[in-house]
Unconditional design. Structure first.
Lengths: 124, 322
């Protein structure tokens, strides 16, 4: 799952696509790690734009939890945003909406990071 | 084969409190407001068919004890939690003066799984025979020890029944009076064992006190093979997924979500959520059941061909005919 990134002020936005499950979560973790490390170095937040993610399994949710936990140990922050309805429902069913910071839109997630991040996002 | 649940709660038995009963009654009266019932039967029908689930029943409080009724003269049961007391009363009532033979399959010897044995009536009858099967070396020791002073007034040695302990081996199928049983090792403190039972073309998997590490794919595949095409999977669904893999990781239990995923992988037919968290109210267990059913609905088309899984939550007194 190659992850391209965009920077908006103090936020780095990644957009995983497809399915996050047993098949893909190891590669996702490996792809995510350098971005999480870069964010920790730069003091920026990592925002996962989930709009392209179609499905997440328990194994995928665990990957997200581990990533968020690792970020926390480095005083970093990972949040998720803009989930498709099915993925949002799986988050609620598994109570992961209580484990990870979840925002309805990418804009809302960036607003939680800083006004500059939203301003950069709105400039396009 | 009929599966009868005598105890479904995890860790420690629980009971409804006065406040719980009053709350259910008050809500039921509100729900029935304006209706008139001319007989007890009419009122009971309303409770059973019209009232929302959590008002008309409770998931109950006994710890693990599940009977497999094969329609034979002998009895087959998993675990001796506190549900063993009413199960024992059922055996004695059904047998009358006739001696009973009971085959008991033990997942492990944690207290909530053996605590009903000192109150298991058939253990006291001199003509009864009990066969206690399990994979742990200390199986007999655990049963004897809990009846030693100062824990219990009746020592194991004076029990009247002929009691034999029989060691099973994980992965090896054994035939017990026509019931084929295969144990499977599970992740739990001190190990636990699930059992796959097969009888006359029907299969039941009893898998409680079992934690699933999601990062170990091969382990999930082994469990899916153990559950493969089972008619019924009785599954430790004590927690939500978030609890099971975060604050309660390594506590030795699993979740409704993993139960659905493993049963889908295995193309099992019916998942029963079991070993309910003692802190969970009836409403909370209803929520876990509703969530599991919704997850199944959302994901059933992920499988080729699509697979529909029936899902229930066990309660004391539940019977499922296979």
């Amino acid at each position: 799952m190659p992850l391209s990134h965009r920077n908006y002020g103090a936020a780095r936005v990644l957009a995983p696509k497809g399915r996050l499950d047993h098949e893909t979560c190891e590669a996702f973790q490996a792809d995510l790690r350098p971005h999480a490390e870069a964010c920790a170095r730069e003091g920026t937040a990592l925002v996962l734009d989930m709009s392209g993610l179609e499905y997440v399994s328990s194994a995928g949710l665990r990957c997200l939890m581990i990533a968020a936990r690792e970020a926390k140990t480095r005083a970093g922050r990972i949040v998720v945003a803009a989930m498709q309805p099915v993925v949002a429902e799986i988050f609620q069913i598994s109570r992961f909406n209580l484990v990870l910071e979840v925002f309805p839109t990418l804009r809302d997630a960036l607003a939680s990071v800083s006004p500059q991040a939203v301003a950069a996002f709105e400039r396009g | 084969m009929r599966v009868r649940f005598w105890g479904t709660r995890g860790s420690i038995p629980v009971g409804l409190t006065v406040a719980d009963v009053r709350d259910k009654l008050a809500r039921a009266l509100l729900s029935a407001s304006g209706r008139k019932f001319d007989s007890y039967g009419e009122a009971l029908g309303y409770v059973q068919q019209v009232l929302p689930g959590h008002l008309g029943h409770t998931y109950g409080g006994h710890s693990s004890c599940v009977e497999l009724d094969l329609g034979s003269d002998e009895y087959f049961v998993c675990d001796m939690g506190s549900g063993a007391r009413p199960f024992g009363a059922h055996v004695l009532a059904r047998q009358g003066d006739r001696p009973a033979t009971v085959h008991i399959f033990m997942s492990h010897m944690h207290w909530d799984h053996i605590m009903g044995f000192p109150f298991f009536g058939p253990a006291y009858g001199p003509k009864n025979k009990l066969f206690i099967y399990g994979c742990h070396d200390q199986l007999e020791h655990a049963f004897r020890r809990q009846q030693e002073p100062p824990s219990f007034p009746v020592p194991f040695s004076v029990l009247g029944a002929d009691i034999q302990f029989i060691k099973l081996e994980a992965g090896r199928q054994q035939n017990v009076q026509g019931l084929r049983v295969t144990p499977h090792i599970q992740r739990h403190s001190g190990d636990s064992y699930g059992f796959r039972f097969e009888f006359q073309g029907k299969s039941v998997v009893y898998t409680t006190d079992s934690e699933h590490k999601l990062e170990v794919r091969s382990e999930s595949e082994l469990f899916a093979a153990f559950f493969r095409n089972a008619d019924l999977v009785i599954f430790d669904a004590m927690y939500s997924l978030a609890d099971a893999i975060s604050v309660k990781a390594d506590w030795g239990h699993s979740s409704n979500v993993v139960g659905v995923e493993l049963c889908q992988m295995a193309r099992a037919k019916h998942l029963v959520l079991f070993h309910h968290e003692p802190a969970n109210s009836d409403t909370a267990i209803d929520g876990l059941l509703r969530d599991a059913r919704r997850l199944e609905e959302l994901t059933r088309d992920n499988f080729q061909p699509p697979h529909k899984l029936e899902i229930s939550a066990a309660h004391d007194g539940l019977e499922i005919e296979l």
